[in-house]
Design a protein around this ligand. Structure first.
Ligand SMILES: [Zn+2]
Length: 85
C-alpha cells in the first residue's frame, strides 16, 4: 500500500468590525484577522494540524501583529465577520 502524504495550508479570514489605527500607514481601517494553519495531509485530505498562526493585519499596508489564540478567538466572537473558509 502506498501512502501519499504532504503538507496542506488552510486559511480562515475575518474582518474586524472595529476600526483600528495603524501606526505604519496612519490610516484608520477595519483590520483583517487571519488564521493560518498547516496540516499534514494524507491522500490530499488535511489530517493533523501541526502549525497554527494567528495574525491581525492592516488591509492597507499589511502591517501585521501576531495574536495568541485566546485574543484571536475572543476578537472573532465579539467583533468580526468571516470572509472565507
Ligand atoms: Zn497600515
Amino acid at each position: 500500500m502506498i501512502f501519499i502524504a504532504g503538507i496542506q495550508p488552510k486559511t480562515e479570514q475575518y474582518q474586524s468590525l472595529q476600526v483600528k489605527y495603524c501606526t505604519r500607514c496612519h490610516n484608520d481601517s477595519q483590520w483583517i484577522l487571519q488564521k493560518n494553519q498547516q496540516f499534514i495531509s494524507l491522500f490530499f485530505m488535511p489530517v493533523v494540524p501541526f502549525k497554527t498562526e494567528y495574525v491581525y493585519y492592516c488591509p492597507i499596508c499589511g502591517n501585521t501583529e501576531i495574536l495568541d489564540r485566546e485574543t484571536f478567538e475572543s476578537k472573532i466572537k465579539r467583533e468580526a465577520v468571516q470572509l472565507k473558509h
